[in-house]
Design a binder for this molecule. Structure first.
Ligand code: SF4
Length: 322
């Protein structure tokens, strides 16, 4: 088996709910509730679910931008969750993040050169001349030009800004990129260009991706495996091919039904999601999806299904398979 680069065990993030003048704790929002998965070296794991399902919180906990309530994150055999902040800073050379909104994540008062040079300075890489050369080379690598170095973020289109965000993430030659909805803010026509760029860069630099998205359509071609999250929990995870061909969990089926098919002659049974996602502060008893599930049974309302290996390498949390 290919080497596991990232291993996540029983990760939880509970945000306290305080009430009254004394701010007494009255409960928790279970944003991420006992999530475990791994990412193998060189692969792309897609992590998908509606907004509020905990996928972005999970991504940020891996970088310790949000501290986990419980659980363990291991990267290259090193337990990140027990590192000091100084040790964690060193790890960030190897684990970088690409954000959804490149404009918000790029300092508008800095030139592109300064933005891209910063991670090199933080990690003590190269002298001033070498750093400038690296910045120019990286701009060409992500499909921009070296003369763009002197410009400011507002002088670029959304797609170009995301290329700058990607370039910044790659400056320290990381091994793992956590891409949090990297194309969601872009026009559909630009999305595929940025996805193609990410695929090319993966081949060129041997990168490993955790690719977070709210849409199964976006992660389809880039992912080797896909995990689906609902209300803070993983409900299904398997190879991308299996997930798209034969999804097991009714929630995955409903998400897939929402993905448009490019060929209008192909008919598929629509199974659209109805109802709103329940509040993570007050999730339904039993299976959290039971309030929206067309296959709901009595047991689903009282007993929470655990994530189980239903077929080799195909895990689902659903009473239909117990
Ligand atoms: Fe639907 Fe029950 Fe499966 Fe939940 S456990 S997804 S409610 S069938």
């Amino acid at each position: 088996m290919t080497e596991v680069l990232l291993k996540v065990d029983n990760l939880k993030k509970y945000f306290p709910i305080n009430a009254g003048v004394l701010g007494k704790k009255v409960g928790d929002v279970k944003a991420v509730d006992d999530v475990s998965f791994f990412v193998k070296k060189g692969e792309t794991l897609g992590l998908v679910g509606e907004s509020g399902c905990g996928k972005s919180t999970t991504g940020r906990m891996l970088m310790r931008l949000i501290e986990p309530t419980e659980g363990q994150v291991e990267f290259e055999g090193k337990v990140l969750t027990s590192l000091s902040s100084g040790e964690m800073r060193k790890v960030r050379k190897d684990v970088q993040m690409v954000f959804q909104d490149p404009y918000a994540s790029l300092n508008p008062r800095h030139t592109v050169e300064k933005i891209l040079e910063e991670p090199l300075i933080v990690h003590g890489i190269g002298n001033a001349q070498e750093r400038k050369k690296m910045v120019r080379e990286m701009l060409e690598t992500v499909g921009l030009s070296s003369y763009h170095a002197k410009r400011y973020p507002h002088q670029f289109s959304g797609g170009q800004r995301q290329r700058i965000g990607i370039a910044r993430a790659l400056m320290t030659k990381p091994k793992l990129i956590i891409a949090d909805e990297p194309v969601s803010a872009l026009d559909v026509s630009i999305q595929s260009q940025v996805l193609n760029l990410l695929e090319d860069l993966q081949k060129e630099f041997g990168l490993t991706y955790l690719f977070i998205a709210h849409d199964l359509g976006v992660v389809r071609h880039i992912s080797d495996r896909v995990g689906v999250m609902y209300l803070g929990r993983l409900v299904e995870i398997t190879d991308a091919e299996k997930l798209y061909e034969k999804p097991l969990h009714p929630y995955t089926e409903a998400l897939l039904a929402a993905v448009p098919i490019p060929d209008p002659t192909i008919k598929k049974e629509r199974q659209l999601l109805t109802g709103d996602i329940p509040s993570p502060a007050n999730p339904p008893l039993g299976c959290a999806f039971h309030t929206r599930c067309k296959s709901c049974m009595e047991i689903c309302k009282t007993t929470r299904p655990e994530l189980k290996e239903v077929e080799p390498g195909h895990y689902a949390a659903c009473h239909l398979y117990t």
